[in-house]
Design a protein. Sequence first.
Length: 282
Amino acid sequence: MRLIESINDIKAIIRSQKSMGKTIGLVPTMGYLHEGHMSLVNMSVQHNDFTVLSVFVNPTQFGPNEDFDRYPRDIERDIKMAEAAGVDVVFSPSVEEMYPDGYKTYVEVEDITKILCGRTRPGHFKGVTTVVNKLFNIVQPDRAYFGQKDAQQVVVINKMVKDLNMNVEIVTCPIVREEDGLAMSSRNVYLSTEERKSALILSKSLFEAQELIKNGENRKENILKYIVDRIKSEKGAQIDYVEIVNADTLDSIGEFLKGRVLIALAVKFGNTRLIDNAIVEV
Ligand code: AMP
């Protein structure tokens, strides 16, 4: 396995792999790897001849008061995990390599980036689509792997790929959770012991809401109220949003759940903002 930091170097490697007819899988991450990331890597290694794992904490997707500087990083550990999983190249460019002085170009998906997480994180998805676009141009993957954990990101990336006629297949992988239900996230390390306990209410309320729906509840307001009340009952939980939307388009739905719906939420515990979601077929 190789660690590559330069765009020209990885382009040369990709050219040589492609000239041998190899298929390329890309797993974009911000590093500090956990089992959620590794599930994407395992899929890519299974599906493709050559897997590139990118590790890049992308400054353009962080707001000015967000956690870019303190975002957890451990490239040595990431490299070991990548190697053990069969990754061929870890691509970990510097910020200057990706955004040299005078950088001017951004890719933006409209409307669906302004709702849900986009409301409290203006500019976030513009940063995401820009860096993913750059990674696609650099790595030219046949397939790229994204986690359902970031449900809105999946819809936004799929929209970009479709609208811009990009030649890459987007593969979405299920949410990987800790044994007690908490969705794995690099940001979970920020949580104090008490916050970690409180944060369980996110997966719990989502699981319970799914039970309610299974048992016949189909009024959007009732389900939202149930989840909001459950989360509010937990000390220190500050709700950013709880919403139910069309899972494929993020369009709002009517009074009653119908088709494939996404129940998505973002909640802060202290300074740590966590997201979680569930997709339900009604
Ligand atoms: P990040 O490093 O947080 O930007 O995540 C990189 C990729 O891993 C994204 O496509 C995430 O959706 C995915 N991912 C992060 N956490 C999980 C998880 N718990 N389960 C599945 N995928 C995940």
